[in-house]
Design a protein around this ligand. Structure first.
Ligand SMILES: [Zn+2]
Length: 505
């Protein structure tokens, strides 16, 4: 039985075994594996050290160091388990706890994730100082090895990369955090937002285990979008969500997490997160979005608990969750101010979406009432067209046309369409007839009914005959006028009858 040291809070199991090798003076990796696992093929893993029941056995029944507690408290398993399918998490857990080969890195999505795991072990010099002061030695902390984040949550400092490469080459080696791996570079302070993100990640490491189905995640994100006013009808407004997340983090910070958002890509990760979940997402993708929405008010434990309670059904069926009202007069005043400046819609697109969301979540009734009262009256369309002069111009064209066609036997019936097209006026202008009073008057006076059209043709045919001193015969007039007995309207026949009789007398 090897006398393994008891893990320090947040210490990686990898580090515990490495410390043991230092204590026991073991320099051969194979000898170390023999002593701890009685198996020389065991692989050293920073993120997911397996064979936990064997490691736990060295502690001889210590209730604080059961295989499950080692998994939850001293590996990165808690960073992954809530975000993968419960069956996958259970399978990976089973493999890590028992004495068998495991494929946790693949199963939990670490290997394929968009958010990359560090290649070298890292440390925070301030934490190391505190460890030495408190425990008399330094050790590898979990919170320094998070994928995508290279910031210490405790101190808000960028982590320093050591020369210890996490690779296949050293797969059987456990390397301790000893003075020779520490580099003498000074740490730099990160931004408040990134430090807060690291703090949330650290919280996540220490939360109780939750089993969450992908349908519950889909449901949660739909509800979230709905609560924050990013759903119109049934459609999620992905662009507004992207505005908010990009606006909060900025392009460069997102790129530093390997979480760029390509708006042109219909399937960018942010859009996929707010759609039905077909694959799992990294802890960092979830946290980045939640922090952009909730900022300092993010309650991770509450979110994970609530999501785990959601029905595993399609998100459309789930009623929206209602938050208690919080009155924040400063935020209300700020919103009133920006709405006065940009209008409701403008304020949301001018960088105040976060404020809108906060109010929507905490003070919805007031927000809705205020917004409704602030709808800008739509400004009356200022007419750029000089309709009176256009009216005069068109009516002149129509009069010229009428002078020309009034005495032409073969022009078509004078309808509005016929006159407009023959006067070279765009047909679309007829729609604005109420703005063209002169034209309107013209049409009332000169447009022909079928009877009027036939009468005009009869009259013109008669005039034609009379000019040539020919005798007026009803059948001849009808033929010249292009009319037939069947088509001629009664009043027109009457006129024809008069004309013939008049000429005969
Ligand atoms: Zn630190």
């Amino acid at each position: 039985m090897a006398c393994l040291p008891v893990p320090y809070p947040d210490e990686l199991l990898y580090s515990v075994i490495a410390r043991y090798s230092v204590y026991a003076g073991i320099t051969s990796p194979k000898q170390l594996l023999d002593e701890v696992f009685q198996n020389r093929k065991i692989i050293a893993s920073v993120a997911f050290q397996g064979h936990l029941s064997q490691i736990s056995a060295h502690y001889q029944g210590n209730a604080d160091l059961t295989p499950n507690k080692l998994l939850q408290g001293h590996t990165l398993f808690p960073l992954y388990s809530p975000f993968v399918h419960p069956n996958i998490a259970a399978q990976a857990k089973h493999e890590l706890l028992t004495d068998c080969r495991h494929s946790a890195e693949v199963q939990l999505g670490k290997a394929a994730s968009k958010v990359k795991s560090p290649h070298y072990l890292r440390y925070c010099p301030l934490c190391v100082g505190a460890q030495v002061k408190q425990y008399g030695e330094a050790f590898w902390a979990r919170r320094w090895q998070l994928p995508g984040l290279s910031v210490c949550a405790e101190h808000g400092m960028y982590l320093i990369r050591t020369p210890v490469l996490i690779s296949e080459v050293h797969r059987h080696q456990f390397i301790a955090l000893s003075p020779h791996v520490l580099l003498h570079s000074s740490a730099l302070r990160t931004t408040k937002k990134i430090a807060l993100l690291a703090a949330y990640a650290q919280q996540l490491l220490n939360l109780p285990e939750r089993r969450i189905h992908s349908l519950q995640w889909s449901c949660f994100y739909y509800q979230l979008a709905k609560q924050l006013g990013f759903v119109r009808g049934k459609r999620v407004e992905h662009n507004l969500i992207a505005n908010l997340v990009l606006g909060y983090w900025g392009v460069h910070t997102l790129a530093s997490f390997s979480l760029n958002i390509n708006r042109a890509d219909e399937n960018n990760w942010l859009r996929c997160l707010f759609r039905k979940h077909r694959k799992s997402f990294s802890y960092l993708q979830h946290l980045v979005v939640w922090q952009a929405f909730y900022e300092q008010q993010l309650e991770l434990a509450k979110i994970l608990f609530e999501v785990s309670q959601l029905p595993q059904s399609h998100y459309d069926d789930v009623p929206a969750h209602i938050e208690p009202v919080i009155v924040d007069q400063i935020r209300r005043t700020e919103w009133q101010h920006v709405v006065a400046k940009f209008g409701v819609k403008g304020a949301r697109s001018q960088g105040f979406a976060g404020l809108y969301i906060w109010l929507y979540r905490h003070d919805k009734q007031w927000l809705m009432q205020f917004n409704q009262g602030s709808v800008r009256p739509s400004i009356a369309k200022i007419s750029k067209v000089d309709w009176p002069s256009r009216d005069k111009k068109y009516v002149k064209q129509l009069i010229l046309l009428m002078n020309k066609v009034e005495t032409q036997l073969y022009s078509g019936r004078h309808t509005v369409t016929w006159l407009v097209t023959h006067a070279n006026i765009p047909l679309s202008q007829i729609k604005h007839l109420e703005k063209l009073p002169l034209c309107k008057l013209f049409f009332e006076k000169y447009c022909e009914s079928i009877e009027e059209y036939q009468c005009r043709r009869i009259a013109l045919a008669c005039i034609d005959f009379l000019k040539k001193h020919e005798q007026l015969k009803a059948w001849r007039i009808e033929r010249v006028a292009g009319l037939s007995k069947e088509r001629t309207r009664p009043i027109v026949s009457q006129l024809l009858g008069y004309a013939v009789k008049y000429e005969a007398s």
